[in-house]
Design a protein around this ligand. Structure first.
Ligand SMILES: [Zn+2]
Length: 323
């Protein structure tokens, strides 16, 4: 059963909002588009595993996608955690194209694309082993008992060519293509026949994990050194992402795809929450969405039933980022 399903991360959604709002000619666009491409490929790789994981027994396994847990004074992030009464399994998912070579001498991964471009990445086996140590510390700190923890690195693209030196068993046992997962998983089920957690204990672990999960909340304007004033204003079309839509007779209308809706500003103001602040005044709302008058702006804000703070002109509305 998916306890935490496979939705896009907060960072991915923030990057999409930034690319919608950043002027096309901005010199920082190529860097951000490149970063976004990497995040998106990673997310698509993780998403492609949902089908495979749907074959696991719903009642027996709890699945958590993309969880970020605290230990001591830092956080660690896991692509997938699969928990049963008998064992836990951490998956690190990689979605690379081309050939990847696991260099055992320096514990690094070298990826070569079809265009013969070489790129070096940290060794995912060491990464997933680090997650394992962190999870053990987390379970201990939270007094959740002990359970055997297994790890796997999964390549989600069946066409990625995996290479290493002969006899590098550390890699061949730990790194697999997605297609081999269910077979390997069955082996783990057979290996762990002893129960470590009762049904009640599993429920408790699940509840505590969800409570301590803290999504990474980056300020992308700060990260990429972008002034908020340069962000494009207006209501964007939720279908073709054109900016801005026109306001006509109580509706927003897209000039490109002709999509019409009276509620599109609700989606657009999410961009403000994702990029600028989760608090907004009438004036900021009006400026960000390019609303012609303060009274229309007040009417739209009130219709959204947002929690408010302060009085009259000083009132600020609390924006909640949709899950
Ligand atoms: Zn449109």
């Amino acid at each position: 059963m998916f306890i935490k399903g496979c939705g896009p991360s907060l960072t991915l959604r923030k990057m999409e909002a930034l690319l919608r709002r950043l002027p096309l000619e901005d010199p920082k666009r190529p860097i951000i588009e490149n970063d976004y491409g990497k995040y998106l490929a990673g997310f698509r790789g993780e998403q492609s595993l949902v089908y495979t994981l749907s074959f696991l027994n719903e009642k027996q396994y709890l699945i958590f996608h993309d969880i970020r847990l605290p230990i001591k004074n830092h956080f660690f992030q896991i692509d997938y955690l699969i928990l049963s009464a008998n064992f836990a399994l951490i998956l690190e998912v990689k979605n690379y194209v081309g050939t990847v070579y696991f260099d055992p001498q320096f514990d690094q991964l070298i990826r070569t694309t079809q265009q013969d471009i070489e790129e070096t990445f940290p060794d995912p086996v060491s990464q997933v082993e680090q997650h394992r140590s962190n999870l053990l510390i987390y379970l201990h700190e939270q007094k959740l008992g002990t359970i055997p923890i297994e790890t796997l690195v999964i390549f989600s693209n069946p066409y990625t060519q995996l290479k290493t030196t002969q006899g590098n068993h550390k890699i061949t046992k730990k790194v697999i293509h997605k297609e081999k997962f269910l077979h390997i998983f069955q082996g783990l089920e057979n290996k762990y026949s002893k129960e470590f957690l009762t049904h009640k204990a599993m429920k408790k672990v699940s509840k505590i994990i969800m409570k301590s999960h803290t999504p990474l909340n980056q300020d992308l304007l700060l990260k990429y050194q972008i002034q908020r004033e340069i962000l494009m204003s207006g209501v964007h079309c939720p279908i073709c992402f054109t900016l801005p839509m026109e306001k006509l007779l109580g509706k927003w209308r897209c000039n490109i795809c002709d999509h019409q809706s009276s509620k599109t500003h609700i989606q657009s103001i999410q961009d403000y929450a994702l990029l600028v602040d989760t608090k907004i005044t009438n004036r900021e709302f009006r400026n960000f969405l390019d609303i012609p008058s303060a009274s229309i702006s007040a009417k739209l804000l009130n219709s959204m039933n947002l929690p408010k703070e302060g009085k009259s002109r000083a009132v600020t509305y609390q924006l909640i980022i949709d899950e």
